[in-house]
Ligand binder design. Structure first.
Ligand SMILES: NC(=O)c1ccc[n+]([C@@H]2O[C@H](COP(=O)([O-])OP(=O)(O)OC[C@H]3O[C@@H](n4cnc5c(N)ncnc54)[C@H](O)[C@@H]3O)[C@@H](O)[C@H]2O)c1
Length: 242
């Protein structure tokens, strides 16, 4: 049995990642702040899979969730850290409190899940984080200061984890998505002008389905990516070229 933990598994990219990983033979622990959504995803995968309600920014809750995964399955072979929140507050309106809130989920949450997963990982295990094109180029699409900064931090955290766990034979990589049609993007996509502006910047000329980001994550979590380490795979329909 190969065991994967997917955070943010209740919606969007995380839910799609859970489906793709289950299809590839993983038993999946679906973690989400929204426990009912996590249950919906896990139930859709079948009886062997697990749902846990957890706030990834809450250290004792994350420790307890991974203990529950360890107690049930005894190991973790793959981790996808898809839980995240956005923030569209313009730079001059942002407060320290908002900044800390976004960091708590996107950065501290990613850190805590990696740390607790690694405690249960053996050689050959793999981790994929979820940053954003906003982290590479400082926003410009949707998220503003706090979001962009948090996703830049996820990039550095991913590389630091790749350095820290290379000797243990644990591969750590990340994806940088953009323009994936998920509930996070709903407010943007419902505004025709913003939607058109977004699409004008995508060379492929369309948004992606969540599964298209999930496939990239699943590849980085597979042995097919055996010599890829500390790398970031951009999944953006070509936005970074513009
Ligand atoms: N959709 C895009 O175009 C896009 C682009 C770049 C990056 N991303 C990143 O992809 C990841 C997934 O986003 P999505 O688009 O699927 O959004 P989404 O809103 O559909 O899904 C995010 C999930 O994370 C969960 N979550 C939020 N806070 C949490 C917390 N504290 N603890 C546990 N779970 C929590 C939510 O309940 C939700 O189920 C995020 O990190 C996001 O920043 C998305």
């Amino acid at each position: 049995m190969r065991v994967a933990v997917v955070t943010g598994a209740g919606s969007g990219i995380g839910a799609a990642t859970a489906v793709v990983l289950a299809r590839q033979g993983f038993t999946v622990a679906c973690l989400d702040l929204d426990g009912a959504a996590a249950v919906r995803t896990a139930d859709g995968l079948g009886p062997a899979h697990l749902a846990l309600a957890v706030d990834v920014g809450d250290e004792p809750a994350v420790v307890a969730a991974f203990e529950a995964v360890g107690a049930r399955y005894g190991r973790v072979d793959a981790l996808a850290t898809c839980a995240g929140i956005t923030d569209t507050t313009p730079f001059m309106d942002a407060t320290a409190e908002q900044f800390m809130h976004v960091y708590r989920v996107n950065v501290v949450g990613t850190f805590l899940c990696i740390r607790e997963a690694v405690r249960r990982m053996e050689r050959g295990a793999r981790i994929c984080t979820v940053s954003s094109v906003a982290g590479l180029r400082g926003g410009g699409l949707f998220g503003q200061a706090a979001y962009s900064a948090s996703k830049g931090a996820v990039l550095a955290l991913t590389r630091n984890a790749a350095r820290a766990f290379a000797e243990r034979g644990i591969a750590v990589n990340g994806v940088c998505p953009a323009s994936i049609a998920t509930p996070m993007m709903t407010a943007l996509l419902e505004d025709d002008a913003k939607r058109e502006a977004l699409l004008a910047g995508v060379p492929l000329g369309r948004l992606a389905a969540p599964e298209e980001a999930a496939e990239a994550i699943a590849w980085l979590l597979s042995p097919r990516a055996s010599y890829v380490h500390g790398e970031t795979l951009v999944v953006d329909g070509g936005i970074m070229m513009r």
